[in-house]
Design a protein around this ligand. Sequence first.
Ligand code: DGJ
Length: 732
Amino acid sequence: MSLITYDAEQRVFHLQTPSSSYLMQVLRDGWLAHLHWGRRVRHYHGGIAPVHLDRGFSPSPDGSDRPFSPDSFPQEYPTYGTGDFRTPACQVQREDGSTVGDLRYTGHRILAGKPALPGLPAVYLESADEAETLEIDLKDPADDLVVTLRYTVMRDHDALIRSVCFSNRGTRPVRLLRALSCSVDFRDAQYEVLSLHGAHVKEMQVDRHPVHAGVQSVESRRGHSSHQHHPFLALLRPGSDEAHGEVHGISLVYSGNFLAQTELDQFGTVRANLGINPFDFSWLLEAGESFHTPEAVMVHTEKGLGAMSRTYHELYRTRLCRGRHRDQARPVLINNWEATYFDFDADKIEQLAQAAHSVGIELLVLDDGWFGHRDNDLSSLGDWVVDRRKLPAGLDDLARRVTALGLQFGLWFEPEMVSPDSDLYRTHPDWCLHVPDRRRTVSRSQLVLDLSRPEVCDHLIDAIGQVLASAPIRYVKWDMNRHMTEVGSAALPPDRQRETAHRYMLGLYRVLEALTTKFPEVLFEGCSGGGGRFDPGMLHYMPQTWTSDNTDAICRLRIQHGTSLIYPAITMGSHVSAVPNHQVHRTTPLATRGHVAMSGNLGYELDLTRLSADELDAIRHQVAEYKAIRPVVQFGSFHRLLSPYEGDETAWMFVGQDGREAVVVHVTTLCPPQQPIRFLRLSGLDAHADYRDLATGRVHGGDELMHLGLIVPVQQEDFQSLMVRLQRVDAN
Ligand code: DGJ
């Protein structure tokens, strides 16, 4: 069945995912109107077209048809300066200095599959019949710039993927000032906006509020997607929740500066815009050149936030993440960062590996401090040469000692950075982002390498590649610990300086493509002081991300809850650390730390050699339990049950792909006096099946568990948790 149809008589495009429809119509003189993004309809009969009214102060393209105004009908890809006063999706400056735009339909194509997006991370297909793509060409009658809107409709995922290509088919250059990936004009304003914001050690906090008049946005001007705001927004009907209600999610596959914006206009309609942040951006497009925007992944559902998340999880896990590790269970790891910080040597790491092996851990990650003369964060970034004071026999020797114990060996890098105190900086002082005659602002005592320069990227591919080839390294933690200042490149001419930040991203993606292709056996984990670059762009190259530097189990509830709105558990690095917690000094039970970390991609980040035999036993038990539930957590479907934003309880659950097993996690934060008997209603089970609680042996109906709920034991202390494993009775 076709996913995309074009009704030539009405000039209507109809895109259909399994449960949603997306409709556009070519109006008079080639104006392209947006008609609908929402619940699926069988066919569009044409009666519900935009209504044109003669409104005061809304101009019309010509005097003969006053009611027809771009200011008041829903636009598909709005421009600036010819009658639509709402925020545009694009703005282009011509050689004469004018910035007025007027895009009209000139043609379209419907293609099998999904064309590649050159140089950018993207959702991909494994065979062309998984999707169809519509390309609509728009052109400004006044010039030769062709703007191609691209829509891919996935056959088995309730998702639509949009991007835009600007092609300069003229003989003179033009300058893109604003080139967003998508714009959607909603018909009414009965929506709430959900976005994610945060800070270092406080990522992915959920914010939800009614759409209000004017423009609201989250954005990054930090050069990277950032801890502070996230390249995502959702519009929801008021009252919608995890299981009910209409939700429109838009997620941007990009790791740099972004803008995610809504605008409620004078006529009660809402425009949503997402893409590269126009702030401090421009792109000179020479004759014959093209510019591709990142893609936006749009998910619509009538079944609440839970259904939206599960669509993103499945799509991103199977068609955004790539490589050999995509479908493999991820190893339980020990990371030495919170165990030793910079103070370690080869023997200490080997002892940690021994202890880790004795409890069943599968991978040891040597974190920051193994190179140059890095005893603190003041030096050596850029000098990826082993520090013989700490590792006298080198990396290869240590990796082999760890491997001989039965663990895989992983290594930390922060490749995009350079310390002023480094040989790299002394040799190439112009290889960092900087502006001539200005002070170079440091952050964590480091500068940002200028990845807009091809030779800097080539150097990284070579330098990191040499280390990876020098020892049996099976995992890389790719860290990035500061944002961009003095954003300028010594290699770009003055009129291209505002391209630096986006060119940096293109350079970074090229480096990642090269290294992940050359070292397919290496499992890469992204990190930016935790989740500062936990975004779909990075997940395309690295199938997991360190979720937060905050390892406190209670803070992690909100962080992991927010992250789970878009990203599946398999992508979320989550570690058990020591108490009192190093970030917030809270003491929580080991079981609770375990249950929260086991809700993601489990690891440990503490000095196992200093634990008591009882604690090691408890960890051995946790690791074994995690291995038993790992397929369910890493490849199953995820259901949020109780939100950490709404009270003292958080709960979520996982249901295995074949429906035979489920895992429920419940955490109480503060224990109230006179605690009521609590019933936790489950989700995602088969109402007609029975399930055995593996701890108690009791059998419950799926319908009972979902409609009556599990009884949560009364707890006498704060920060207690519960993990329940259920197995379908007929699965024995
Ligand atoms: C920030 C990371 O998020 C930490 O886990 C650790 O790797 C440090 N950097 C090391 O400098």
